[in-house]
Design a protein around this ligand. Structure first.
Ligand SMILES: Cc1cc2nc3c(=O)[nH]c(=O)nc-3n(C[C@H](O)[C@H](O)[C@H](O)COP(=O)(O)O)c2cc1C
Length: 328
């Protein structure tokens, strides 16, 4: 059992924040499969507070978070560049989660335009002001998720991590790619190790932990306290079950021992996701279900055929039938 602040987390595998993926049903499915902590996707504090003013707190919270009691512990991620809306958002969400994360790794233009996301890594003075204010207003465990820096000439994650620790942040997530790299090249695990060796608060590693072998390598190389899984879970929520199982085993050194996605899990996960989606979501968008079906069959040998069929499908039963045709 590891801790972030005073929050006890059952295992070191965390569902990463993923926009347009991490609806309540998906988070809950990952929790059921063994995630120790689940993140929401990033809530833009300006949009959130505008909606609170227009539609009230309850419906805004349902629309942007839809928290579920059985997914706890839950971390809600926020983003933005304006202190007031960030603080107001935190006051509201604090009542519905166990931890708050501030995203300073978002490379998207709209977020940079509002002086949020990775823009703040380039402007540490502004970052310091915001984090100081957030820290004094958040009583829950509070973490910050960052990239390695703005671009290859401005890799400053280590300096930022030291500053955040001094400001009283409870944990840091490092996704070792710059804004410019987006998702290209390998995530910089050497940088993650340097950060881990330099701070005393827990460090969460994000980037390229896509299977049990990589998870083992990641722990060995970086010594990080937690591993965060994004694309590996998006394609395959059952990865958490295998990460937990393998974690207990000794023979993890060999890549051939890596758990590979199997059809049985994929079909079961997809059907359970559909059920949760019907039961827990406050909206129904068939397109979202198609997206999840597409992610499920990624890496299937007949993926291009399945993809065409998924895009033509009109009913949930059709999606189930198509996912059942996947070949791994
Ligand atoms: C579809 C998608 C959406 C994402 N949305 C967010 C987000 O809302 N907030 C965030 O901090 N990172 C976001 N990320 C980045 C991931 O959390 C993670 O840092 C990155 O994908 C590297 O991890 P991986 O190799 O496990 O995919 C997103 C990634 C993907 C693939």
């Amino acid at each position: 059992m590891k801790k972030i602040g005073n929050l006890e987390i059952e295992n070191p595998f965390i569902l990463a924040p993923m926009e347009a993926v991490n609806c309540a049903s998906f988070r809950l499915l990952c929790k059921r499969r063994g995630a120790g902590l689940v993140f929401t996707d990033m809530i833009d504090a300006d949009i959130f507070m505008k909606s609170v003013i227009e539609n009230g707190e309850k419906s805004t919270l349902l629309k942007y978070v839809n928290p579920q009691q059985d997914e706890r512990p839950l971390c809600i991620q926020i983003g933005g560049g304006k202190i007031e809306t960030l603080v107001e958002t935190c006051k509201i969400i604090s009542k519905h989660c166990d931890m708050i994360d501030f995203n300073i790794g978002c490379p998207l233009g709209y977020m940079l335009g509002k002086k949020g996301g990775v823009y703040l890594m380039k402007h540490p003075n502004m970052l310091e002001k915001i984090v100081r204010e957030l820290r004094s207003n958040i009583s829950l465990p509070f973490s910050v998720k960052m990239r390695s820096g703005w671009d290859e000439g401005n890799v400053n994650a280590l300096e930022i991590a030291l500053m955040l620790e001094k400001l009283g942040v409870d944990a840091i997530t490092i996704h070792g790619r710059t804004r410019k790299q987006m998702y290209r090249e390998r995530a910089d695990w050497v940088l993650a190790r340097k950060i881990k060796d330099s701070v005393s608060i827990p460090v969460i590693l994000s980037g390229d932990v896509t299977n049990t072998y990589m998870a083992n390598r990641a722990f060995q190389h970086t010594k990080c306290d937690f591993l965060m899984i994004a694309r590996g879970a998006m394609n395959n929520p059952s990865i958490f079950t295998y990460l937990n199982d393998d974690f207990q085993k000794v023979e993890l050194e060999k890549p051939e021992n890596t758990y590979m996605k199997v059809k049985k899990d994929v079909c079961r996960d997809f059907e359970e996701f559909l059920k949760l989606y019907r039961e827990r979501e406050v909206r129904y968008k068939f397109g979202e279900l198609q997206d999840h079906a597409l992610w499920s069959v990624r890496e299937s040998k007949n993926v291009s055929l399945l993809k065409q069929e998924i895009l033509k499908a009109k009913k949930e039963e059709e999606l189930i039938r198509i996912v059942n045709k996947s070949l791994f």
